[in-house]
Unconditional design. Structure first.
Length: 399
């Protein structure tokens, strides 16, 4: 039952917020049709979903749309800050530079492009925070006012959108007022995490062609939502709800990738490895894909205990702590170009080490009595290439 509780909660929120609005009566004339509460809510859900998929592009494009559709200069001056040319023009310019970077990234070595990928990941976090803190609340609050004070049947008469349904003579307008903005922020957060996971996957990907494919899929989804919005906001809203549902179902996976990308970017740009000191115990790292009953990229601590090596972690970073026993036979550190791992053999990865461990692999091996340090990933591939051309291959360092 606990497994289905989050899905039931999401369904309840959709039922309370979306269904009554969808059932609200619409004006029959084309003049009032675009101002109906149902279409307003559909447009808001589409807008929030689109901005969450690509915060900088979505916010810039949304601001430019409001700027060019304003009636006159006075109306433009009254627009929010993100709809002013001083914001949306540089924002779309940055989007263009990122697109150029992605286009060139498919043909350049990964070592040249990786720092730019880290920088883009940081930009995606920053623009996501800006959108969640300003653009999304503003959009949802405006729709809430439209629903609560709109009456398509009698101009000038004030009716509550939900009250017009007369559900048992109970006015649910207060519930709408409480839920609208938090609902919008929650939707944005879930979809943004799923979209941001693409940036983190690009950090893990060694090849520019894979990066371009991931970015292309995300841009195509954003384009599809935008195109359907111009055709019929209801169709776009249904598509957005599908995106929201999928993002909700993969929220745990997205959250772990978001934490991974945050720590990776912090360690990379602050040169954390230059000041990092290995602890005698409780060293933090990410779970790999072979640690039993632990989701991949879970952030936790590796501990030496009397019974052996264990990995402790908190689901969602706040839940009660859990412990997993680590099979410590044959473990070694695989030293990569950007990321090192703790593995058994060449394929069984138990832990992924943040960039702070670069240069500290030997100390980690001594702390947890591992087998040694081996070349891995791109470093191993480079060693094989050097061997083919008569160079020396990095030897395994047995400690």
């Amino acid at each position: 039952m606990k497994r289905f509780a989050p899905l039931l909660l999401l369904s309840l929120i959709f039922a309370v917020v979306v269904t009554p609005i969808w059932a609200a009566p619409n004006a029959k004339s084309s003049q009032t049709k675009g101002k109906s509460p149902a279409l307003g809510m559909a447009t808001a859900v589409t807008t929030v979903t689109g901005i969450a998929i690509s915060p900088l592009m979505g916010t810039g494009a949304y601001g430019a749309y409001q700027y060019f559709t304003a009636e006159d200069e006075a109306a433009r001056a009254a627009l929010p800050w993100y709809a002013q040319m001083s914001f949306w023009l540089p924002a779309l310019g940055i989007v263009g530079l990122v697109a150029a970077k992605d286009a060139l990234g498919a043909v350049v070595p990964p070592g040249w492009k990786k720092p730019l990928d880290v920088l883009e990941t940081i930009e995606n976090k920053a623009s996501g925070l800006v959108a969640a803190g300003a653009v999304v609340p503003f959009t949802m609050a405006a729709v809430s006012k439209m629903i609560m004070f709109h009456s398509p049947e009698t101009p000038g008469k004030i009716n509550h959108g939900l009250a017009m349904l007369h559900l048992g003579a109970i006015d649910f307008s207060w519930l709408l007022n409480i839920l609208t903005v938090p609902f919008g922020i929650a939707v944005f957060a879930v979809v943004w995490m799923a979209s941001h996971a693409i940036n983190v996957l690009i950090l893990l990907s060694p090849w520019g062609a894979i990066d371009a494919a991931l970015k292309g899929a995300r841009t195509a989804l954003l384009g599809l939502i935008t195109i359907t919005a111009t055709m019929d906001p209801r169709i776009s809203a249904v598509l957005s709800l599908v995106v929201i549902l999928i993002a909700f179902l993969v929220a745990g996976w997205s959250f772990r990738l978001t934490v991974f990308g945050t720590i990776f970017s912090w360690d990379f740009f602050t040169l954390h490895r230059t000041r990092y000191k290995m602890k005698e115990n409780d060293n933090k790292m990410f779970a790999g894909g072979n640690l039993p009953e632990v989701p991949v990229r879970t952030y936790g601590k590796l501990r030496n205990t009397e019974s052996g090596v264990t990995f402790t972690y908190k689901p969602w970073m706040i839940m009660p702590e859990k412990t997993a026993v680590v099979p410590n036979e044959g473990l070694a550190v695989g030293k990569g170009l950007f990321l090192s791992t703790v593995q058994s053999g060449e394929e069984n990865t138990f832990f992924i080490l943040p960039p702070r461990y670069r240069g500290h692999e030997e100390a980690l091996v001594k702390t947890y009595t591992m087998a040694g340090v081996n070349p891995a990933g791109l470093r191993k591939a480079w060693g094989v290439l050097r061997e083919l051309f008569g160079g020396s291959v990095a030897k395994t360092q047995v400690v």
